[in-house]
Design a protein around this ligand. Structure first.
Ligand code: ATP
Ligand code: LTN
Length: 323
């Protein structure tokens, strides 16, 4: 089993990133696992250079704080391994404009930005390059990445058919609960770094009082029946999903043990504080030593690079490029 996943340094990581992805990265880090901060992906939006620089360092520290251990797996920064951009180009010449134009995330994001960048369209190809470079068998991601993952599989198969067996065709790993954490204020959309309002999202480094306030104000409904039902009770079901993911229990079972929203919210707050406080303390500690973070990033890139170089070499030779 070879695992790879990535996360964008577009802002402070939130509970959705943690429950949908990072927690599962930690759980699987004893496999042959590589995890990266995908800074090149963040250039698809309008991000200030100083902000991108700081976010990348902070996110690297955040992953360590969440329990990623650089001795057990490979943790690196995407742009420090140049083969990602190199393979991206080869795969852009395998992908079609039509299939990229149809990606749901592209359509949503393009709708919100006038004069969006070409990179926003081709972004899933770069994600496919990230995955295929490492002969990845499994990709732990949240539910929103299913379509991008399907494209990575399709490109691998198309390349193998056209140019000869080169890439492993990867599988997604989406968690049963926590794979799609919704915005606390607008539970019809997913919690997101770049779109959610501060009230709709819980950051990994949120203080206890702020977590309590946000959960208290999370949108539910007025009929006061505690029931897990995504059709009629989205806000409440989201809270039950979060609670279930945090405590490894089924949301239906949790719902059965409460009669009042207030009690459920109080206990959920407690579970969140218990999970997030140690992460916040480790994070603050890690940020105090930037030289050590830079050293760990260099080690990670050094471990990833030879694997990526070998796959790139095979792919470029298969396409007829001279070495
Ligand atoms: P952005 O808002 O900038 O698009 P994001 O918050 O969606 O960012 P990413 O960096 O794109 O986060 O995603 C990192 C990982 O977190 C991916 O595996 C993604 O599927 C997962 N993820 C993101 N949002 C959620 C969510 N609300 N619930 C569960 N998983 C999520
Ligand atoms: N597209 C993903 C981030 C991402 C990724 C990857 C995830 C980039 N490269 C490789 C898994 C594997 C996102 O926006 N969440």
């Amino acid at each position: 089993m070879r695992i790879l996943s990535g996360i964008q340094p577009t802002g402070t990581p939130h509970l959705g990133n943690y429950l949908g992805a990072i927690r599962n990265w930690v759980a699987n880090q004893n496999e042959d696992s590589l995890y990266c901060v995908v800074d090149l992906h963040s250039l698809t939006g309008d991000i200030d250079p100083a902000t991108l620089n700081a976010n990348t360092r902070h996110l690297f520290a955040a992953l360590l704080a969440c329990g990623i251990d650089h001795d057990k797996c490979t943790l690196f920064i995407q742009s420090q391994v140049p083969w990602h951009s190199q393979l991206n180009w080869l795969l852009e010449c395998v992908a079609s404009y039509g299939e990229l134009k149809r990606m749901t995330q592209f359509k949503e994001k393009a709708d919100r930005q006038s004069g969006y960048r070409v990179g926003l369209l081709t972004y899933p190809v770069l994600m496919a390059a990230d995955i295929l470079l490492y002969q990845t068998t499994h990709v732990p991601v949240g539910d929103d990445q299913r379509q991008h993952l399907e494209l990575a599989r399709e490109l691998a198969e198309r390349f193998n058919n056209r140019y000869g067996q080169t890439f492993v065709v990867p599988e997604g790993m989406v968690p049963q609960f926590g794979g799609r954490v919704m915005d606390l204020q607008e539970p019809i959309r997913k919690m997101s770094k770049s779109v959610s309002s501060p009230q709709g999202s819980i950051d990994l480094f949120e203080s206890e009082s702020s977590i309590a306030k946000k959960i208290k104000r999370a949108v539910t409904d007025t009929d006061n029946e505690v029931k897990y039902d995504w059709e009629s009770k989205r806000g409440l079901s989201n809270l039950l999903d979060i609670f279930g993911a945090l405590t490894n229990r089924s949301p239906v079972e949790i719902a059965a043990s409460y009669t009042r929203y207030g009690d459920l919210k109080a206990d959920l707050t407690e579970a969140l504080v218990e999970t997030l406080t140690p992460i916040r303390l480790r994070y603050e500690d890690l940020l105090s030593d930037p030289a050590e973070l830079a050293r760990l990033a260099t080690i990670g890139a050094g471990k990833a690079e030879p694997i990526a170089a070998e796959t790139y070499r095979r792919a470029s030779a298969a396409m007829g490029l001279l070495s």
